[in-house]
Design a protein around this ligand. Sequence first.
Ligand SMILES: Cc1ncc(COP(=O)(O)O)c(C=O)c1O
Length: 395
Amino acid sequence: MLEANRMKRLPLYLFTIMDDLKMKAKGKGLDVVDLGMGNPDLPSPPHVVEEMARAVKDVENHRYSRPFGSVERRLRKAIADWYAQRFGVQLDPETEVLPLIGSKEGIAHLALAFMNNDDIGLVPNPSYPPHANSIIIAGGILYNIPIGPENDFKPNFKTLSREVVRMSKIFHLSYPHNPTGACVGLDFYQEVVDWAKNKDLIVSSDLAYSDIVFNGYKAPSLLQAKGAKEGKCIEFHSCSKSYNMAGWRIGWAVGNAQILRSLEKTKSYIDFGIFPAIQQAAVAALSGPQDYVKQLVETYRSRLEYFVKGLNELGWHVAMPRGTFYIWAHIPPKFSGLTSLEFAQLLVDEAGVVVAPGTGFGEYGEGYIRFAVVQPEARLKVALGQIKKVLSISS
Ligand SMILES: Cc1ncc(COP(=O)(O)O)c(C=O)c1O
């Protein structure tokens, strides 16, 4: 009742509904396979866990983190080195790198730092929900740019009206894309950067899935585009997906120093940074051996191929993504009378298979559901068997 109006403007959080349904399905005795949330199931790298175990015993790490303490400086440098090595992008660790308590935290605070009440946030739809929700929480106006297979899930920003562009403050992009698995080449970023030049607009890229890519595709960074570093561009990244460290809460933003300074200022009024032991562990992840990431990608690739093949064999036509661990699946024609939420409800009720309804990512996700292959192959097999039963319900 007392909730702020901006909170009332937020869309329903569909994962809560799915969680309730999951509990009910378990209560009914169904063998529930959860492919709903993009919550990695594999353990963090052993050398990172060891570093954490060591660091947690160091009393110095029990204190508040300070922006330029020794661990903090090492982390900033490790992030800059990782970017140089991975993308050939040179960053000043002191001014062009900002560690975050997970990239989600940074995305939310970016809006708080920059949005005025009548500013527009441009967000492709469907998208990872915090891109849109952060705009609403900050009191801004959300402007959805529909994306779909007809434009390879890329926003057609060039057709936005001059009025909309003039009022826009933040433009969110995120490839490899959650929930669709769509990917882009550097040429796309170049077009965005050229278009945004001389506009009062922050271009924000969320590169959380840069490492989860297959079959020779390499995900570029927005900052590789010519003029990006000189422009109003920033990029979010994280240890969550590349190193299975989702629960640890560590990520970062890189790019335009002035934007990062405002983001840091906003955060300084709200949080005290990241537990230093976690920062130390993140340094081990970023600068240690990277074969763990290769193995992880191989695991996701093999799970995706298995599940995509299985669904196609059931007559449910889905495509293998080039990036992410998601399958963006059109609701089978037989069920086209159902909304994506209703179909997701049916899958969990009848099959015990939890998925994310497409509309959890925005209204243009209607007609789709998203599978996250965050379960071992044996569980995917169980899911396929149970989905088969639902698909064979007579019309
Ligand atoms: C596109 C995207 N960005 C960011 C995140 C969250 O990252 P973090 O754990 O660093 O907050 C997710 C998590 O699912 C995501 O899908």
